[in-house]
Ligand binder design. Structure first.
Ligand SMILES: [Zn+2]
Ligand SMILES: [Zn+2]
Length: 177
């Protein structure tokens, strides 16, 4: 799992808040802020848990597509929460579809975005396997190539910030090179 650098995590929180401020101004009411987790894995960029009012984001895709992620994925997921707050799950035949009319109008009218449900992110980052290492100040991701050099005793890497040698963080099965 790749740790999200603190400043990126902060930008994500700020963007979520900005979406809510925008929504509140337009809709004339306030909303509780959701809990935000940046721990999603796999190919999905984000998800909204409606009942528990939480947003989850994929740190790997975020780091590889920062601007697009903040511009599109965050409002996309916030719009899901807003639809739930305003319409619930719908009643009877008037079910609220996840990317239905209400969600689309949130995207268009509130955020001025095309209501797209797919993104054109660089997914190749998901295939790049890395191995977590640690120094005294932060987590590092070493490529499998570098990791195998460490294992074979051919190289030792140091943190540029604290100058400490990197130590293996977890005992996971070693990915093949
Ligand atoms: Zn969605
Ligand atoms: Zn360090």
């Amino acid at each position: 799992m790749s740790a999200t650098p603190a400043h990126l995590e902060q930008l994500l929180h700020q963007r979520v808040d900005a979406c809510f401020v925008q929504a509140e101004a337009r809709l004339g009411r306030t909303f509780a802020r959701p809990r935000i987790h940046c721990n999603m894995r796999g190919r999905a960029a984000g998800s909204a848990r409606l009942q528990t009012w939480e947003l989850r984001f994929n740190p790997t895709l975020y780091q590889a597509n920062q601007q697009a992620f903040l511009d599109e994925v965050v409002p996309h997921e916030v719009a899901h929460l807003l639809v739930y707050a305003l319409w619930g799950e719908g009643r009877g035949k008037a079910r609220v579809l996840p990317h239905g009319q209400q969600w689309q109008s949130m995207m268009r009218e509130l955020f001025g975005l095309e209501p797209r449900t797919t993104h054109s992110f660089d997914l190749t980052v998901l295939a790049q396997r890395t191995v977590p290492y640690r120094c005294h100040c932060q987590q590092h991701q070493l490529s499998v190539r570098r990791h195998n050099k460490v294992v074979r005793g051919e190289a030792r890497y140091h943190c540029r910030r604290c100058k400490q040698p990197l130590e293996r963080e977890l005992q996971e099965p070693v990915p093949a090179e």
